[in-house]
Design a protein around this ligand. Structure first.
Ligand SMILES: C[S@@+](CC[C@H](N)C(=O)[O-])C[C@H]1O[C@@H](n2cnc3c(N)ncnc32)[C@H](O)[C@@H]1O
Length: 353
């Protein structure tokens, strides 16, 4: 038996790097020494069995034939893989990965349960499942995330846009002047989801996007081009406002920010998808999570015109601490917006003269 397994391993190894399909008996050497088509079909793990089926006759002649995988089977087995990897909502996530692989929407997946995947699609699906099962967020695998009805490119250089940040955009839209001809600054632009959406909605507005990460700004720039607002937006690598230089005219009408706000001590407790995959600079802001918010409150006034508005997002538990930081001689509190879970999330302040 040992000699036999050795031979199998040697034969299997000869397939490596040869760009050939690996016969199923090498994937399951103990089970499928003489697999027939029917036996192969009964093997656990459909995606593994996709590779090869060998009928008795074909097996003798060392001829192999690919076994088919349907959408329904792929979802079932994909969800299995994800569940073992500790991924919640595994069926939906498997469906999303399959949509990405097939370049189809969910309704296609739902209505074509019997449609078969090509070999390339199966391979791409397995690779995506394995990445997801290791904790990589779905959006970094598919390279996109929807925000405020627009699709944004994302990669591991930027935070994945969050639904609660749509509140920041809604509030900002409500606060800009009626004709929308605002001059806006976005501090910590990341993917650009906030400022690109604002410019997309406000066709007369112009803006500056700041981020400490040049890699993030490169993503934001591509998103600005994708949504046709590139000519009204400039990008500056900057630690808060330090790299900005003098602002033309009376200053910005509006400064928006979804700053990093996780406390250093809270990082270990984050979900692995966030902790291990999203950029640390996009998450963490000093010991108490308030370093960048403090700087926004201290420095924004220098760049806003009189009566201009500062609006920013904060952490779910930071409301009281942020209220303490607001200097009432410098700022008039306009509103604190609550998210859909009733958590105070977004603060709007007007600069006092
Ligand atoms: C929470 S993410 C927000 C990204 C995007 N605006 C969004 O809402 O999805 C914070 C962003 O701020 C940037 N950042 C962190 N510290 C900064 C600083 N001191 N100055 C400027 N940008 C900073 C990070 O690189 C990251 O892109």
């Amino acid at each position: 038996m040992v000699g036999r397994l050795c031979r199998i391993r040697e034969e299997r190894d000869s397939y490596r790097g040869a760009n050939k399909k690996v016969p199923i008996r090498f994937l399951f050497p103990k089970i499928v020494q003489n697999a027939t088509c029917d036996k192969a079909k009964k093997l656990p793990g459909l995606l593994e069995t996709h590779y090869i089926r060998t009928t008795g006759a074909e097996h003798n002649q060392h001829r192999h034939q690919t076994m088919s995988t349907s959408i329904a089977q792929a979802i079932l087995q994909g969800a299995n893989t994800l569940r073992k990897g500790g991924v919640p909502d595994e069926r939906r996530e498997a469906g999303s990965l399959l949509m990405y692989v097939l370049e189809r929407d969910r309704s296609y997946i739902l209505t074509h349960a019997e449609a078969e995947l090509s070999d390339e699609q199966v391979e791409k699906f397995i690779a995506a499942l394995n990445e997801r099962a290791r904790g990589k967020p779905l959006q970094y695998i598919t390279g996109r995330q929807e925000f405020f009805g627009l699709e944004f490119e994302v990669n591991s250089d930027v935070l994945i846009p969050r639904p609660e940040t749509e509140l920041l955009v809604e509030a900002a839209l409500a606060l800009v002047s009626q004709n929308g001809a605002a001059f806006i600054c976005d501090v910590g632009t990341g993917s650009g989801c906030v400022i690109v959406t604002l410019l997309h909605k406000l066709s007369l507005a112009r803006a500056v996007a700041l981020d400490i990460s040049p890699a993030a700004l490169a993503v934001a720039e591509r998103n600005a081009t994708r949504h046709g607002v590139h000519d009204r937006l400039s990008f500056v690598t900057s630690d808060c406002f330090a790299g900005l230089g003098p602002v033309p005219g009376p200053g910005f009408d509006l400064i928006v920010s979804n700053p990093p706000y996780v406390a250093e001590r809270a990082v270990d407790g984050l979900q692995r998808e966030v902790r291990d995959f999203e950029p640390r600079a996009a998450l963490v802001s000093g010991e108490d999570g308030l370093t960048v918010i403090r700087r926004l409150l201290l420095e924004s006034g220098n760049y806003l015109k009189s009566g201009g508005v500062l609006i920013f997002e904060m952490g779910f538990d930071q409301h009281d601490a942020v209220r303490q930081l607001i200097d009432e001689n410098s700022w008039k509190l306009l509103e604190i917006y609550h998210d859909l879970q009733g958590i105070p999330r977004t603060v709007a302040l007007a600069k006092r003269d």
